[in-house]
Design a protein around this ligand. Structure first.
Ligand SMILES: O=C[C@H](O)COP(=O)(O)O
Length: 228
C-alpha cells in the first residue's frame, strides 16, 4: 500500500494530520521555499509532542549543495529526533563532496532521504550513488511550484522507471510535487512507497496557506475509494 505524506509547518498542523492518521508527518515551512525548513527548535518540540510510533520527516531548507552548509544542517535536524532528514539536491554546487559527507552521517545512523526535482530533469543514475552512500530513500518532487503537478513534468513511464530503480536498490521511493486528488489513482498504480502533499491539503490549494481539514478528508476518502 502506498502511504500518504503531508507537509506541515507548525505543531497545530502536525497534530491535525496526526489525528487524520496521515502516515508520514513531514515538517517543512513552505513559505521558505520548495523544501523550506522549520526552525530546529520548532521541529524538536513537534517531535516531542507526536505519539510514539509516529513517522516524522523534516527538510533542511533550499540550500545550495555546499558541504559546509548541508552537513551541519543535516546534523542539527537529525538531533531533533526526526525519523528522516530530507535533503534537496538542487542543480549546481558540489554533489560529490556533499554525498561523501552524508555517507559518514548515514554510517552514524542518520536516516537520509534525497529529494530530486523533476523540473531539473535529474539523471536517475544518481540513485545508485545515493544507495551506495547509505541513503534510506529517494523522492521526486518539484522545485518550481508554478509549473503544476509532477505528472505534467514527467510521464507515468518515467515515474515508473524512477520508482522501480529506487525499489530495486531497496530504498523508499516517494513522489510529490503539486499533486492533486486527480493524480492519486494513476500514481498509486506505480507502487511508490508514499505520495507527498502540501498544496492539495491547503485552503484554495495554496501551499503557504493553512491546512484545510476538508481537503485532507476529501483526499483520504478518494484514496480509500480506489481500493487498490
Ligand atoms: O514533500 C511534499 C511536498 O511538501 C509537496 O508539496 P506540494 O504538494 O505543495 O508540492
Amino acid at each position: 500500500m502506498t502511504a500518504m505524506l503531508a507537509s506541515v509547518n507548525s505543531l497545530a498542523e502536525a497534530l491535525l494530520v496526526e489525528a487524520a492518521a496521515v502516515d508520514i508527518i513531514d515538517l517543512k515551512q513552505p513559505a521558505r521555499g520548495a523544501l523550506g525548513a522549520l526552525d530546529v527548535a520548532v521541529v524538536a518540540e513537534i517531535v516531542r509532542r507526536m505519539q510514539p510510533g509516529s513517522c516524522v520527516s523534516a527538510t533542511i531548507g533550499d540550500l545550495p549543495m555546499q558541504p559546509e552548509l548541508i552537513l551541519p544542517a543535516v546534523q542539527a535536524m537529525a538531533a531533533t529526533g526526526v525519523n528522516y532528514v530530507k535533503i534537496g539536491f538542487f542543480p549546481g554546487g558540489d554533489w560529490q563532496t556533499c554525498i561523501a559527507g552524508l555517507q559518514t552521517l548515514a554510517e552514524q545512523g542518520v536516516a537520509l532521504v534525497a529529494v530530486l526535482f523533476a523540473d531539473t530533469r535529474p539523471d536517475f543514475s544518481i540513485i545508485d550513488v545515493l544507495a551506495k552512500a547509505g541513503f534510506r530513500g529517494v523522492m521526486l518532487d518539484t522545485a518550481d511550484k508554478q509549473l503544476g503537478s509532477l505528472t505534467r513534468l514527467m510521464t507515468l513511464d518515467e515515474l515508473q522507471m524512477f520508482v522501480d530503480r529506487v525499489a530495486s536498490l531497496g530504498l523508499l521511493s516517494g513522489l510529490a510535487g503539486s499533486l492533486r486528488v486527480g493524480d492519486v489513482a494513476g500514481l498509486v498504480q506505480l507502487s511508490p512507497d508514499y505520495l507527498g502533499f502540501r498544496g492539495a491539503l491547503c485552503r484554495e490549494h495554496s501551499r503557504t496557506a493553512q491546512l484545510d481539514v476538508a481537503q485532507i478528508d476529501k483526499l483520504r476518502q478518494h484514496w480509500r475509494a480506489l481500493a487498490y
